[in-house]
Design a protein around this ligand. Structure first.
Ligand SMILES: *[C@@H]1O[C@H](CO)[C@@H](O)[C@H](O)[C@H]1NC(C)=O
Length: 363
């Protein structure tokens, strides 16, 4: 062994010693990076899943580049997927691209917040303030008593989109369209008297008390859990056999007139007996002779007597359908219809504004 060799050996050993830890460090670093990447990827997936599943990247790029207005749905209502871009097909409305992919946030001209979803995840809001020129839209179809968390929205929203007539974007549950051509309307064969469908028996609701009183004086067939069954596909056919339908709302609040009137009663071609906002309020949506209001009578007993009398007087009963020969009832409103209205509004109203307090306005 020459002295040089020992030296070499020592040097080698030192090199070796220093080399080993460096390798460990880099492997450790590499692992860290891999884990972080995996984590980022996973979080992104969680964040974007609904949208990614729905619209392939290429298609999305092509259609949003053609559109002038990008509208982001912050959530899909009740997380229920549907085809977002149908305004052209359904209504001939073009110029908007809808997405629920939050990667469009920075580029979106408007973001629509569906309140029922926001309520369940109060911290799920984008960073504030919004990008310049972007408008935030508060979308809500529930009555004030059934929602919370409004105070957190002060000075945040730019537009309202609700069933209230004084909303920026008015999205009612249905409407009666005055038609130019006379409508060919036939009264279906009627073999039964009064129907009511409900699943909510909350004793604090006025409608529950009212029904309890009413049924003392006449037969009311109740559909819903624990009562008569009514499948979705047979609803119209079954209800159309009734002369009257109790379109009783869960809240008596301005403009809150729901599918109970439009779908259950009117699309089923029965005469609605309504409980909800005032008669005056209903008359802003329907001709006065299109419905019977519970407040037209001092009590449920008098209403029952009136309905029983109508049951025996065909001519008088049929007068409740006269209006239908010059109106078309639009009901079963889907999400697309509401969103397409937002598209039209945004195209026509570029003005700036802020809603100081949704709570003060809505409640
Ligand atoms: C929307 O409201 C915010 C919050 O007050 C405001 O800063 C912004 O200028 C408004 N934007 C538009 C386009 O109205």
């Amino acid at each position: 062994m020459v002295p040089g060799d020992t030296h070499h050996l020592a040097v080698d050993m030192v090199l070796c010693m220093t080399k080993l830890p460096t390798d460990k460090v880099s492997i450790w670093l590499l692992l860290q990076i891999l884990i972080s990447l995996a984590l980022i990827f996973y979080i992104q997936r969680m964040w974007h899943t609904p949208a990614d599943v729905q619209c392939p990247v290429l298609e999305r790029k092509a259609s949003w580049e053609q559109s002038r207005i990008i509208i982001l749905l912050w959530t899909l209502p009740f997380n229920d997927p549907f085809n977002l871009n149908q305004c052209a097909e359904l209504f001939g409305i073009t110029g908007c691209f809808f997405t629920s992919d939050r990667r469009f946030y920075r580029n979106a001209d408007a973001v629509i917040f569906h309140h029922a979803d926001l309520m369940n995840r109060p911290n799920d809001l984008p960073h504030w303030p919004q990008p310049l020129n972007q408008r935030w839209i508060w979308f809500n179809l529930e009555s004030p008593v059934h929602i919370s968390y409004l105070d957190r929205l002060d000075n945040m929203m730019n537009l309202t989109m609700t069933y209230r007539r004084d909303s920026d974007i008015f999205t009612p549950y249905g409407w009666a369209l005055l038609s130019k051509e006379p409508q060919n309307f036939n009264i279906p064969a009627k073999s039964r008297l009064v129907a009511w469908a409900t699943s909510n028996w909350n004793p604090n609701l006025r409608r529950v008390h009212y029904y309890e009183e009413l049924k003392k004086h006449l037969q009311v067939d109740v559909f819903g859990p624990g009562n008569l069954q009514l499948g979705r596909d047979e609803q119209t056919a079954v209800l159309s056999q009734y002369k009257f339908y109790l379109a009783f709302e869960n809240s008596e609040t301005r403009d809150y007139i729901t599918e109970k009137l439009w779908n259950n009663a009117l699309l089923s071609r029965t005469v609605p007996v309504v409980l909800g906002p005032t008669r005056e309020n209903y008359e802003r949506f329907l001709p006065a002779e299109a419905f019977i209001h519970v407040d037209d009578f001092p009590s449920a007993k008098e209403l029952a007597e009136f309905l029983l009398a109508l049951d025996k007087d065909d001519e008088r009963y049929q007068k409740y359908f006269t209006w239908r020969s010059h109106y078309e009832v639009v009901g079963s409103i889907n999400w697309q219809t509401h969103y397409c209205k937002a598209c039209v509004f945004l195209q026509n109203n570029p003005t700036y504004k802020t809603i100081p307090s949704i709570m003060k306005w809505f409640v």
